[in-house]
Design a protein around this ligand. Structure first.
Ligand SMILES: *[C@@H]1O[C@H](CO)[C@@H](O)[C@H](O)[C@H]1NC(C)=O
Ligand SMILES: *[C@@H]1O[C@H](CO)[C@@H](O)[C@H](O)[C@H]1NC(C)=O
Ligand SMILES: *[C@@H]1O[C@H](CO)[C@@H](O)[C@H](O)[C@H]1NC(C)=O
Ligand SMILES: *[C@@H]1O[C@H](CO)[C@@H](O)[C@H](O)[C@H]1NC(C)=O
Ligand SMILES: *[C@@H]1O[C@H](CO)[C@@H](O)[C@H](O)[C@H]1NC(C)=O
Ligand SMILES: *[C@@H]1O[C@H](CO)[C@@H](O)[C@H](O)[C@H]1NC(C)=O
Ligand SMILES: *[C@@H]1O[C@H](CO)[C@@H](O)[C@H](O)[C@H]1NC(C)=O
Length: 529
């Protein structure tokens, strides 16, 4: 169904969640592994082979000393790997606890990454920069090296506070909630969520911990492996935005973890799977799958605007391992930034790291020399565009619904507020193909593709078409008249201290040469629409 432009931007879905979810919705998140993001200043650049599965030397202080790189790309929040005390005994068959996910005592910090003061200093420095701290937290399970397990040094010491061992029978929800993740080599004893002392123990502890370190949000590991209602009192006491990990492509299951009796948000795994399906090269390049997941998501979730959108993380293969074509990544990434939800970029993606799944996707970042790579700069542009339209609409853009205006085997055009994103899966080689779309804009309206700073003009009956004679680039169109103080494509930068002051584009072209103006090829639209 066709929605008028006015009704699209006027749609404002009131939120039933806490103010902190409202604040997170306009953020953009950089996810990192503390052990792998940066070495302390003066440390010798260590040879860090992810295959060794051991500590490489990253710390909270080193993150703090290297925040310019994250902020320079326009991110407004950092999600760090778990901070709590981990197993620290003899090396296991799967290496050492460098990831932070092998928690034993949630009430203590992990000494490998620094002191309490170091973590507080990181938090303070982020806040000084107007950025948020999200901490990854493992509350569903602990880690052990034997069955049965001696819990005397753990946060929960009684055997009754854990479910008895059983291997997960995947697809059986009771089993997924009560049996143990991991395996018999490195078992991950499952917390007994039915024992009221467990929930109470977490509730009594978490508020103080959040306040002590001024944490702004939580990413809850393995949220799917505890009942949704288990999380409600814990997150309420934490008093911050909670985003849960509900792994898998089942939309209804993921959606059941969002709401007043569950979490604020979940990581958008179904969309991730659909983006791989639609954009990866080689791959099925199935755009229909993405359209279907978008439509079903709209029916199922209570609030799409706070879901976590990602293309990579610590569990899935890097995008560049699945798909080597940079345009495939850029087009899929435009989707994660310019449609509904909070964009998340996993450290190293901006350097096109290409490791496979665990442990190969946990590469050290320092060999990249934190270069301003092509992908880094493209991500900075996407953050700048998103922050600008959010600021321009006083936040309203985040809750306006992304509408699919057209889709073909090769592309999809999505309108969210005044941003029209046209994405394609053809990859870098030029092709004699185009994507056409009816927009709500009047004929002769001037639009700017803010990715390439190329002007487009709306044709008769609101038509816009993009052709790919230079390859399958992602196009993000805004009305030129709206670009004001965007700092985009040569337009004046926002005032200092305002939006995105750290990434000004002073010195770039201020007048768009008329040779860049492309008139849409209306003749072809008859076939395409
Ligand atoms: C599901 O798992 C639970 C817990 O392990 C088990 O008791 C139950 O029999 C399983 N149900 C089915 C249908 O296999
Ligand atoms: C594309 O995905 C849709 C939805 O999942 C599916 O019905 C269809 O069979 C897929 N097409 C191909 C060619 O794989
Ligand atoms: C995928 O990852 C594996 C292991 O890290 C590596 O050997 C392989 O070369 C990668 N593939 C690509 C296309 O980068
Ligand atoms: C990247 O660009 C920023 C801003 O221009 C600059 O401060 C920084 O030194 C550059 N980084 C590298 C590694 O060149
Ligand atoms: C592009 O495709 C159209 C329609 O199939 C065809 O008429 C035209 O000649 C093609 N152009 C080139 C440069 O191949
Ligand atoms: C004009 O655009 C509408 C969609 O906005 C479409 O339904 C209609 O067919 C178009 N008319 C012509 C003559 O192309
Ligand atoms: C938008 O930017 C202006 C100036 O840069 C700032 O004063 C204002 O608070 C921002 N608005 C929002 C909603 O962030």
């Amino acid at each position: 169904m066709f929605l008028s432009f006015v009704s699209v931007i006027a749609l404002f879905v009131p939120s039933v969640f806490a103010a902190s979810a409202e604040q997170w919705r306009s953020r953009s998140i950089y996810q990192l592994f503390t052990d792998r993001y940066a070495l302390p200043s003066g440390a010798k650049s260590s040879n860090c082979d992810p295959g060794d599965q051991t500590w490489c030397g990253g710390t909270w202080s080193a993150i703090r000393e290297n925040l310019d790189y994250i902020q320079g790309a326009g991110f407004t929040a950092v999600w760090i790997s778990p901070v709590n005390k981990n197993y620290d005994g003899p090396r296991t068959k799967y290496g050492d606890a460098y990831t932070g996910y092998w928690v034993t005592d949630i009430s203590q910090l992990n000494e490998h990454f620094g002191t309490a003061d170091d973590l507080k200093a990181l938090s303070a420095e982020l806040h000084k920069r107007g950025m948020y701290l999200m901490v990854d937290m493992v509350l569903n399970n602990v880690m052990a090296t034997s069955i049965p397990t001696d819990y005397s040094s753990y946060f929960f010491k009684e055997t009754s506070m854990y479910h008895p061992y059983c291997a997960i029978d995947w697809g059986n929800r009771t089993s997924e909630e009560d049996c143990w993740l991991g395996d018999t080599v490195v078992p991950l004893p499952d917390i007994n969520t039915e024992n009221p002392a467990v929930s109470q123990g977490y509730v009594d502890w978490i508020g103080g911990f959040i306040q002590e370190y001024s944490i702004d949000g939580l990413r809850l590991d393995a949220a799917k492996h505890a009942p949704a209602e288990f999380w409600t009192p814990i997150c309420a006491k934490a008093g911050v935005f909670c985003m849960g990990e509900v792994f898998g492509n089942e939309i209804d299951l993921a959606a059941s973890y969002q709401g007043p009796d569950a979490l604020d948000s979940v990581l958008n795994y179904p969309i991730y799977d659909a983006l791989v399906e639609a954009f990866a090269i080689p791959g099925p390049q199935n755009m229909t799958a993405l359209v279907q997941v978008m439509q079903q998501s709209k029916q199922s979730y209570k609030d799409l605007s706070v879901l976590g959108n990602f293309l990579e993380n610590q569990d899935n293969p890097r995008w560049s391992n699945i798909s080597v074509d940079i345009q495939s990544m850029l087009n899929a990434m435009v989707f994660t930034f310019m449609t509904d939800g909070i964009p998340i970029v996993y450290y190293g993606q901006e350097q096109r790291f290409s490791g496979n799944a665990d442990p190969w996707n946990r590469e050290p970042l320092w060999p990249s020399h934190y270069a301003n790579s092509t992908m880094y700069n493209s991500i900075a542009t996407l953050n700048k565009i998103r922050s600008f339209v959010i600021n321009q609409t006083d936040g309203g853009w985040t809750t306006s619904n992304a509408e699919i205006l057209s889709s073909t085997d090769n592309g999809i055009a999505v309108l969210k507020g005044n941003v029209l994103s046209i994405m394609t899966n053809i990859g870098s080689p030029p092709q004699n193909t185009s994507i056409g779309v009816y927009t709500p804009w009047a004929t002769l309206t001037s639009l700017m593709d803010v990715m390439s700073c190329t002007q487009h003009v709306v044709g008769s009956n609101g038509t816009v078409s993009v052709e790919y004679s230079l390859g399958g680039h992602a196009v993000v169109l805004l009305p030129t008249a709206d670009l004001g103080e965007s700092g985009l494509c040569g337009y004046k930068a926002p005032p200092v201290g305002g939006l995105d002051a750290h990434a000004s584009t002073a010195g770039r072209l201020s007048v768009i040469p008329s040779s860049l103006v492309m008139i849409s090829v209306l003749v072809m639209l008859g076939h395409l629409l």
